[in-house]
Design a protein around this ligand. Structure first.
Ligand SMILES: Cc1ncc(COP(=O)(O)O)c(C=O)c1O
Ligand SMILES: *[C@@H]1O[C@H](CO)[C@@H](O)[C@H](O)[C@H]1NC(C)=O
Length: 477
């Protein structure tokens, strides 16, 4: 803890300057006579990024507004220009360090610019960047083998894509081809992508456009906090059976869900739900698809895949984000028997499985194992969840703390009984936390849930700092 003055921190005109003074001349600040507030201090980190003399944020922002899609949104009142990354930290254009508790949306698992992942990418790029699968290359085969070894049962055949959306589109088509059925069941509040089919499976109006999205039924969300049946997984599972009985001809192509809803606000599915639903879906001839785009690759700590915590084995697993630590890469893994359906016609993806991305993916798997990052996600994540739960006892505005490993949600409400979403407060706290050096994510249907999904090398000191900064900010409201 560092003692600084209230006046210095909230001086409106030049917050960043004040902050830098605080960082570099903390001893001066600490001796000021009216200092009476303890200010959380970021854990030390022995790295300085190279100097940045590129365009400033205002210039970038102007260009972005002129030349990029007007649909693009950004975090923070004053958008942040991030120019460097190292492990769990990001650096802005002034070289100021931020604790990254969002990980590029649950994507950076090994840490920013992990040297072994970077080296794998650089080595392969120098040697051969692109070939397509019409030629042989060892990278795609080696990574597929390594990935298959991480999956249970007969899940042994891998198709590579470039994104999570593509992976889910492919999984959806495979399920339809394999079963000869069209209907798919997905969960309300789920997010599965934004192309023609996946937008249909996504079930939050803010991510849906007014275009045809056929053949998807959206089941009640087994959300222990906001759901109609609380944590009673079996009651929600009955809704899926009802959808099959009343909304389809009795047979379905499949069911898809995340193990922990990411975009939807880190919602863990009620216990007992998935096993019951998987049974009903199989009975109706459908395939069960696990969307592991966010919850996969050791993030949940207790397991490598999110679905494993529910004691189920899917027919198809889709993945992206963490698979490449940020390089564009996605994958669909299924059984040899199911994979056969794609031989009926030609299936081809120009960049899918390219040597550079698969070399990166393979390096990611090695780093996760070598650095025991799953174990770290479990230990640090459990610690952070405990600390956030203590914070909930102190601040009325925290309605719920949930999640697993380093996939954590903190839901803000203005009324705990009514669970009224505290939208404006969420934006405010997030902005203030950024000013103090902590970047967290935001999500949930109402935009009132903090998403804490940092690189898996996040440590307890980082967790302490995050909680102290959140506490400090909430105490000032
Ligand atoms: C669970 C889940 N599935 C699929 C996707 C889509 O992935 P992408 O943005 O790579 O297309 C996302 C993206 O946030 C996701 O969170
Ligand atoms: C990259 O290439 C160098 C030189 O051949 C080699 O020593 C190193 O092990 C390679 N790194 C990776 C991650 O493949």
């Amino acid at each position: 803890m560092q003692r600084v003055c209230r006046r210095g921190i909230f001086s409106k005109d030049s917050f960043v300057c004040k902050w830098q003074q605080l960082q570099f001349f903390s001893q001066v600040a600490a001796t000021e006579s009216d200092c009476n507030v303890s200010h959380p201090k970021m854990p030390p980190f022995d790295y300085s990024p190279p100097p940045y003399d590129g365009p400033r944020s205002s210039e970038i922002f102007k260009k972005r507004k002129e030349f990029l899609s007007p649909s693009m949104f950004h975090f923070y009142h004053t958008p942040l220009n991030v120019v460097d990354g190292k492990k769990q930290y990001l650096f802005d254009e002034n070289g100021r360090r931020f604790l990254d508790a969002f990980g590029g949306i649950a994507t950076v698992c090994c840490g920013h610019c992990h040297p072994e992942v970077v080296e794998a990418i650089v080595n392969q790029t120098k040697r051969l960047q692109h070939s397509t699968i019409v030629y042989l290359n060892h990278n795609v085969a080696d990574f597929a083998e390594a990935l298959a070894s991480k999956l249970p049962g007969d899940l042994k055949v891998v198709f590579f894509t470039n994104s999570g959306t593509e992976a889910n589109e492919l999984a959806m088509m495979i399920a339809r081809l394999y079963t000869g059925c069209h209907d798919i069941v997905s969960l309300r509040n789920g997010y599965h992508g934004n192309a023609a089919g996946t937008m249909g499976m996504t079930a939050q109006s803010n991510w849906k456009f007014n275009v045809v999205q056929s053949g998807v039924h959206h089941a009640m969300n087994p959300d222990p906090y906001r759901g109609a049946f609380g944590s009673d997984g079996l009651k929600y599972a009955k809704d899926v059976q009802d959808l099959i009985d009343y909304g389809t001809w009795g047979r379905v192509a499949g069911f898809i869900s995340e193990a922990i809803q990411g975009v939807g606000g880190i919602v863990e599915l009620a216990p007992g739900y998935l096993p019951a639903v998987y049974k009903n879906i199989k009975k109706a001839g459908g395939l069960c698809i696990a969307d592991e785009v966010q919850s996969g690759f050791a993030r949940t700590g207790s397991h490598f895949w999110g679905f494993e915590a529910h004691g189920v084995v899917p027919d198809i697993v889709t993945m992206a984000k963490g698979i490449g630590n940020g390089i564009p890469l996605g994958a669909v893994v299924t059984t040899p028997e199911i994979a056969q359906v794609l031989t009926h016609r030609s299936y081809f993806n120009t960049f899918g499985g390219n040597p550079v991305c698969t070399a990166a993916g393979h390096a990611v798997l090695k780093v996760l194992e070598k650095e025991k990052l799953q174990e770290n996600a479990h230990v640090v994540g459990s610690y952070l969840i405990d600390r956030l739960k203590s914070l909930q006892a102190k601040h009325e505005i925290i309605g719920d703390v949930r999640g697993r490993g380093l996939m954590i949600g903190v839901e803000l409400v203005t009324d705990r009984q009514l669970k009224t979403p505290a939208k404006a407060e969420t934006v405010h706290v997030m902005d203030q936390m950024k000013e103090m050096g902590v970047l967290i994510g935001k999500g949930g249907f109402f935009g009132n849930v903090f998403r804490v999904t940092p690189p898996l090398c996040f440590n307890k000191e980082d967790a302490d700092f995050l909680v102290e900064v959140m506490d400090y900010t909430m105490s000032k409201m």
